[in-house]
Design a protein around this ligand. Structure first.
Ligand code: LMR
Length: 397
């Protein structure tokens, strides 16, 4: 049966981690996958999570199946985290939220939901975007199109191109936006630009889907939700796929959520019934542990304060590494200006390195970077910065 099944290409991001693990060079550097590392090169378990786990371990009782949509306490906490505790949509109960296994699981639930309820819908994704976006919608049989995003000359948002694409998107289609810390470019719209985007989507009856995986890694937990909240204030129907992988440093626990903003409470119930059908046919119901950890942190004043502080420290570290990377590169006598790295936000920057330069960095220096040239600044380290920049300078010459 299996004889003719071909070898699949390795994943552009997670496949790099596999190759990195096999590399025997002790000086290897992984800037592929978006995973935060501290000054010791380790991905920490946050103190707030460690404390929450201690408390949970002391009170563990039973492990029966959760409801299809998951823990109600976590779901309510996620709604206020993304939409704001004072959100009108929450007071009027017009939001349906389900737990999802990470941001990827949330996106897959959305893709299946769209395919089942809007079989001819197209989802417009940014050019460039996280490579898994295309795969997820393809796997569900949902067609995708691209909208303009990146201006490689100015290393900034191609806002004119973005607006002119959005003005051509047919009514009834969906547009997938990155809520903050765009992956891979690290470029976010300003609040005025978000308002313009929201107005175009609302006027043209286009459904916004927001991929919100880095809340707190840009400028702040509340600040990073500002664009999404502008969209929510203009577009009555909207979907948000959120993730706690990065901001709670719970990558392996697959903690995410999918939220549907509806016209009113009864529509939220109808939409919820369809979302539950999708989940039941996919993974039945969510796991418990990671969601309980997040719920315990969010539900306890002291743990929550500790979390806000730990997110701030991760954000400040990334911003510090951005500056150090750009300054160290500038000191290497290269002609290219990498100053834009300091202006970008979140874990990633689009370095402009070509596929050939990326290959050379991996083959000659054991430095792992995604083929598109995306670098995970969050994976850099001050101790190896000089070596990293020497290697990059050598491939640029
Ligand atoms: C990334 O973009 O590196 C992360 O979101 C991890 C992943 O699943 O690709």
């Amino acid at each position: 049966m299996f004889e003719d099944v071909p070898l699949a290409p390795s994943d552009p991001i997670l496949g790099l981690t596999e190759a990195f693990k096999k590399d025997p060079n002790p000086a290897k550097i992984n800037l592929g996958v978006g995973v935060f590392t501290d000054s010791n090169g380790k991905t920490p378990l946050l103190n707030c999570a460690r404390e929450a786990e201690k408390r949970l371990a002391g009170s563990a009782v039973s492990r029966v199946y959760l409801p299809i949509e998951g823990d109600p306490i976590y779901r309510a906490q996620m709604q206020s985290l993304i939409l704001g505790a004072d959100s009108e949509a929450l007071f009027t109960k017009r939001v349906f939220t389900a737990c999802a296994p990470g941001g990827t699981g949330a996106l897959r639930v959305v893709a299946d939901f769209l395919k089942q309820n809007f079989p001819s819908i197209k989802v417009w994704i940014s050019n460039p975007t996280w490579p898994n976006h295309t795969q997820i919608f393809d796997a569900a049989g949902v067609r995708t199109e691209r909208y303009a995003w990146f201006d490689p000359i100015g290393n900034c948002l191609d806002f004119g191109g973005l607006v002119s694409t959005l003005e051509k998107v047919p009514s009834g289609n969906a547009v997938l936006l990155h809520g903050c810390c765009h992956n891979p470019t690290g470029i976010d719209p300003t609040l005025e630009q978000w308002t313009q985007i929201a107005e175009i989507l609302a006027a043209r009856n286009i459904l916004p889907i927001v991929d919100f995986a880095y809340q707190g890694f840009g400028t702040g937990i509340e600040e990073d939700a500002a664009g999404l909240r502008v969209l929510a204030s203009r577009c009555r129907n909207m979907i948000v796929c959120s993730s706690c992988s990065k901001n709670f440093s719970l990558y392996a626990d697959r903690v995410g959520a999918v939220s549907f903003l509806c016209d009113d409470e009864s529509m939220a119930q109808r939409i919820g019934s369809q979302v539950k059908r999708v989940i039941r046919a996919n993974y039945s119901n969510p796991p418990q542990h990671g969601f309980s950890v997040v719920a315990s942190i969010m539900g306890d004043k002291d743990l929550r304060t500790m979390w806000v502080d730990e997110v701030r420290l991760m954000r400040e570290r990334i911003n510090g590494l951005r500056a150090l990377f750009a300054d160290t590169l500038a000191g290497k006598g290269i002609k290219q200006d990498f100053g834009f790295i300091k202006r970008q936000l979140g874990m990633f920057s689009f370095s402009g390195l070509s596929k050939e330069q990326v290959d050379e960095l991996r083959e000659k220096h054991s430095i792992y970077i995604v083929a598109s040239g995306r670098v995970s600044v969050a994976g850099m380290n001050e101790k190896t910065m000089d070596r990293l920049c020497d290697a990059i300078a050598s491939v640029l010459r």
